[in-house]
Design a protein around this ligand. Structure first.
Ligand SMILES: NC(=O)c1ccc[n+]([C@@H]2O[C@H](COP(=O)([O-])OP(=O)(O)OC[C@H]3O[C@@H](n4cnc5c(N)ncnc54)[C@H](OP(=O)(O)O)[C@@H]3O)[C@@H](O)[C@H]2O)c1
Length: 342
């Protein structure tokens, strides 16, 4: 089936390798993994609605529910492959630890090759549009990992390469082996540490940026207020910023987002997303956030943020929020680093 061009949704070139994607993507993780129970029929409805809206840049990973998330996407991709830019990731192995992270990180070349073949099988596609290393395996030189990823491009199994949670130094080393199309790391109103070194490196190298958790894992929307309200197996129970002792301070940040939203006739989620979109112009880097949802009503709301303009006074009120955020942004800060490795 050919690509349907949908009026309204802008498209963006991510990085210098020519990857064209919708200006806003769709984070699919929560449809299978990490964020409480999901209704498969509703998740499939979200994917189909995303096609209608032109939200065609879909984000998954082999790690999400041990491949089940890729299999879920495959059911829609089967009839719509040409319309979707499919991004998946390799490198996190084993179950989720009590602190919400993976048991192991693998970046050795034989593992990279095997992981890619397995993702292609699960997704039931011939080629992956954007293949990310989910976490840098510090026991393997990144040149070796990216060398193996580059061979996948040569073999026609992958179109573009990406890195997730890489440092600026790692990005430079990787990019010297093969052009990197995009870095995917956390970037939102309350998590801006990537702006210190990684985003400037993206600008310098011509690499796009894909902010994950642009809604602060739901917290910035004002809908998620306390970890007690989350199911036992929800990985956000390990979120440092939701813990007693800091959560009240962080709720005060959400109050600011709420007030800005009310003044604009928008929702807090739309303001959080519009802010991330706005950073593209500030940094002169292509920025394509991938808000996660398993509900069509949130998808419809989020898409509208592409067109939401934040006036100067709103930007001013939102500017200092990240500095006031209490608690680490991630339960496993040793694994993930926005600056240099410790
Ligand atoms: N590279 C990495 O290491 C990494 C790490 C984390 C995530 N990711 C990727 O990034 C994607 C997005 O990140 P994320 O899912 O962690 O966090 P997020 O996008 O910041 O937030 C997702 C949460 O917000 C809720 N939500 C979405 N839109 C909303 C709206 N308009 N109003 C109220 N609530 C709304 C969702 O609820 P429902 O679930 O009920 O729809 C979900 O609980 C993931 O799906 C995944 O693909 C990558």
């Amino acid at each position: 089936m050919g690509r349907r061009y949908v009026a309204g949704m802008k498209r963006v070139t991510l990085g210098s390798t020519g990857l064209r994607v919708s200006a806003q993507g769709l984070g699919c993780m929560g449809m299978s993994h990490g964020y409480g129970p999901a209704d498969q029929a509703e998740s499939l409805a979200v994917l189909r609605r995303a096609l209608e809206l032109g939200v065609t840049f879909w984000d998954t990973a082999d790690y999400y529910a041990n491949g089940a998330n890729e299999r879920l996407l495959a059911t829609v991709l089967a009839d719509h492959r040409a319309e979707v830019e499919i991004a998946t990731k390799f490198g996190l192995v084993g179950g989720v630890t009590p602190s919400g992270g993976a048991q192991q990180v693998r970046g050795d070349p034989p593992y990279v090759r095997a992981a890619c073949d397995a993702s292609l099988r699960r997704l039931r596609v011939d080629v992956i549009d954007l293949y990310y290393q989910h976490r840098v395996d510090v026991s393997v030189p990144i040149e070796d990992t990216v060398g193996a990823m580059a061979e996948l491009v040569d073999a026609g199994k992958v179109r573009h390469l990406g890195l997730s949670e890489a440092t600026a130094t790692e990005l430079r080393r990787a990019h010297a082996v093969h052009p990197i199309a995009a870095v995917q790391s956390e970037w939102s109103l309350w998590s801006r540490d990537v702006e210190a070194a990684v985003v400037p490196a993206c600008r310098e190298l011509g690499v796009g940026f894909v902010p994950y958790s642009p809604l602060g894992r739901g917290f910035l929307t004002g809908q998620l207020t306390a970890i007690d309200s989350l199911p036992e197996n929800d990985i956000r129970r390990a979120q440092p910023r939701l813990q007693a002792g800091v959560v009240d301070a962080n709720r005060a940040l959400v109050d600011v987002v709420r007030k800005v939203a009310a003044a604009l006739g928008a929702t807090p989620a739309q303001v959080a997303l519009a802010w991330v979109h706005h950073r593209a112009a500030v940094w002169e880097v292509p920025v394509v956030p991938i808000p996660g949802t398993k509900r069509t009503r949130w998808l419809d709301q989020n898409v509208a943020a592409v067109e939401l303009h934040l006036p100067a006074d709103a930007l001013e009120r939102l500017d200092g929020l990240a500095e006031r955020a209490a608690g680490d942004r991630h339960p496993q800060m040793g694994l993930t680093s926005a600056g240099d490795r410790p």
